[in-house]
Design a protein around this ligand. Structure first.
Ligand code: SF4
Ligand code: SF4
Length: 119
């Protein structure tokens, strides 16, 4: 009973002091933790195609394949199966992969395409 009263007092205190803990997303972007792991950003210019990220990834999220049209390697990221362990970022010797703080997965393809174009 005392626990319930304490929790209600805490709720009332925050309800009356004007503090807000929610934001009106998507109009307002919420703050995320500095350690948040979101959508990957890949830099084709930095990549030396060493395949360490592909080898360290525990569930084949990253696949580097040969692209005949481009006559070279193509970096494929199957974001839906990523567990955001960040091993790919840690193993990359040239910082070509970064896990950003972006969590807007509907824009993931757009951002990935943009990072492939170096923009
Ligand atoms: S964060 Fe982990 S699961 Fe996701 S692509 Fe990188 S190594 Fe693979
Ligand atoms: S570890 Fe880095 S440099 Fe090596 S293939 Fe992956 S992204 Fe490219």
């Amino acid at each position: 009973m005392i626990g319930i009263l304490k929790s209600m007092a805490t709720t009332m205190k925050h309800a009356l002091d004007g503090s807000t803990f929610t934001v009106e997303y998507p109009e307002t972007a919420p703050d995320v933790s500095p350690r948040f792991r979101g959508v990957h950003k890949f830099s084709q210019e930095r990549c030396i195609w060493c395949r360490q990220c592909e080898n360290v990834c525990p569930n084949d999220t990253i696949q580097i394949v040969m692209d005949d049209k481009r006559n070279g390697e193509q970096y494929n990221l199957h974001i839906g199966q990523c567990i955001y362990c960040r091993l790919c970022e840690e193993v990359c010797p040239v910082d070509a992969i970064l896990l950003t703080q972006n969590f807007e997965y509907d824009r993931c393809d757009e951002l990935h395409d943009r990072s492939l174009r170096g923009k």
